[in-house]
Write a protein that binds this ligand. Structure first.
Ligand code: NAD
Length: 488
């Protein structure tokens, strides 16, 4: 069993039961972790509270060096971490390599951003005033993370939270806690005890007690809309600072000037990365009617060439889905589309010959429309549903026809269409010709039901700092606008 980590020590805490962590490619048990309790959440918060004054007082240059050291250690341990990510999460080794590199670089990025400034000087109202802002940490931050990018989405929270001077309690997904615990043991071990704590367990049993704990000042959460809504409701009575990164239903629009071969590869990557289990996966595709046959043919040919297998094999393009629960929900969406008149051009089944693991063939669905779940609800699997549009106006209207607003992609070289797309489509990230590529300096997050928070960039640091305005009158004289009014 791998233990939780509270106040600088590995511990079983108050857990009397274990949670098994499975390899989704083989369904075998990889290891177990303690099934944490509310008492463990409380102990971790107490440790983070106790460590907060010293961490807050640590000068930014020292914090920067400590964060650079996290990045260095992540790189030093990359082989083992990539292996753990591949085993517990399932996506191919090369995708986990990317995740590891991005995670380490995120710590380097925020190490520097965190020591760049901590507020600004403002123009005063009179010559005797001095006005400035101070950016301060919130205090204790609960970081609740999902299973699809266990380390990357943690790094996007932990690095800016620490750089800003907060202490943290991490609650990793119960399905992928092993890489987080390994990182805690080998890459965060130089931080003072209590600055980062990890509690393992189920959401309602350990994460909810963190959300409602009076000493947790901020909750940073990435996960589903339903869980985000639950967290928002639980946090409301205390008016807690929330940072919510929720689900998506990203539109992928192909303009009629795009190249079918390039479009096939771009779309397959955007829709099938991590077996379609990315919050910004291309989940609904709009093709120009006049060239739909060409784009579809190139796409189907490319998708049929992709290889399914365990992420540990170097020839694997697509690994398994995360679990039976997710595959079953995905199948419901595909079957509903099939019955509603969509055409399954390739895939649409569990691959024959795979007796273990949660595999599903990449599935191209033609004649999709907005009456189908594959075009409206988060499918979170290896589906590429295609719908034809008649004009670019129509494409933009369809792209905006969703309560989510995380990302959107356009393939085109036409500047008029590109400008209309980034002006008119309501999504937090707009990708033109290069879907799903992040940039450390580029804020990432959603609009509307995807949550309005941002990670990465300066905005990603600001989320973890609260602003204090200091108004200082250094003349210290009585002011003419004080009482009594009307005196001479
Ligand atoms: P999830 O909401 O089921 O779980 C996320 C985390 O919340 C886990 O640690 C889980 O244990 C915890 N949790 C569960 N119930 C809870 C509760 N009642 N209170 C507090 N915490 C609770 O999501 P998931 O299945 O792990 O991840 C997939 C979802 O995450 C998808 O909807 C995806 O779109 C979304 N996601 C969003 C982003 C983004 O940046 N916007 C990135 C990745 C994934």
């Amino acid at each position: 069993m791998r233990l939780m980590h509270i106040n600088g020590r590995f511990t079983q805490g108050h857990a009397t039961q274990e949670i098994a962590v499975h390899n989704p490619a083989t369904e075998e048990v990889l290891d177990t972790v303690p099934r944490g309790t509310a008492a463990d959440a409380s102990a971790a918060v107490a440790a983070a509270m106790a460590a907060a004054p010293q961490w807050r007082a640590t000068v930014a240059n020292d914090r920067a060096e400590l964060l650079h050291a996290v990045a260095t250690k992540l790189r030093h341990h990359q082989e083992h971490l990539i292996r753990l990510l591949t085993l517990e999460q399932g996506k191919p080794w090369s995708e986990n390599e990317e995740e590891l590199v991005w995670s380490a670089n995120t710590f380097d990025y925020y190490a520097e951003l965190g020591r760049h400034e901590r507020g600004s000087v403002l123009p005063p109202g009179t010559p005797t005033q001095f006005n400035f802002t101070l950016k301060e940490p919130y205090g204790v931050v609960a970081c609740i993370t999902p299973w699809n990018f266990p380390l990357l989405l943690l790094a996007w929270k932990l690095a800016p939270a620490l750089a800003a001077g907060n202490t943290c309690v991490i609650k990793p997904s119960e399905m992928t806690p092993l890489s987080t615990l390994y990182m805690q043991e080998h890459c965060l071990d130089h931080l003072p005890a209590g600055v980062v704590n990890v509690v393992t367990g189920y959401g309602p049993e350990v994460a909810e007690p963190l959300v409602t704990h009076a000493d947790v000042d901020m909750v940073a959460f990435t996960g589903s809309l339903a869980t985000g809504q639950r967290i928002a409701a639980l946090a409301a009575p205390q008016m807690k600072k929330l940072h919510l990164e929720l689900g998506g239903k990203d539109a992928f629009v192909i303009a009629d000037d795009a190249d079918p071969q390039v479009a096939a590869r771009a779309l397959a990557y955007a829709a099938l990365l991590n077996c379609g289990q990315v919050c910004t996966s291309a989940e609904r595709v709009y093709l120009p009617r006049a060239r739909a046959a060409q784009f579809t043919e190139a796409l189907v040919e490319h998708v049929r060439s992709l290889r399914l297998g365990p992420g540990m094999e170097s020839t694997t393009d697509l690994g398994p889905m995360m679990g039976e629960k997710y595959r079953a929900k995905f199948e419901t969406h595909v079957e509903q589309a099939r019955h509603a008149g969509a055409a399954i051009l390739t895939g649409g089944r569990r691959p024959p010959g795979f007796t273990r693991g949660f595999f599903y063939e990449p599935t191209v669905i033609a004649n999709a429309d907005h009456s189908m779940l594959v075009m409206t609800a988060e499918t979170f699997g290896p589906a590429i549903p295609l719908m034809e549009y008649s004009s670019f106006d129509d494409a933009i209207r369809l792209a905006n026809d969703s309560p989510y607003g995380l990302g959107a992609t356009l393939l085109s070289r036409d500047p008029d269409r590109i400008k209309r797309f980034f002006d008119e489509v309501r999504a937090g990230t707009i990708w033109i010709n290069d879907p799903l590529t992040d940039n450390y300096a580029g804020p990432f997050g959603g609009m509307r039901m995807s949550g309005g928070s941002r990670e990465l960039g300066q905005e990603g640091l600001e989320e973890f700092r609260t602003t204090k305005h200091v108004h200082w009158d250094f003349s210290a004289a009585a002011k003419p606008y004080w009482y009594p009014y009307g005196s001479a």
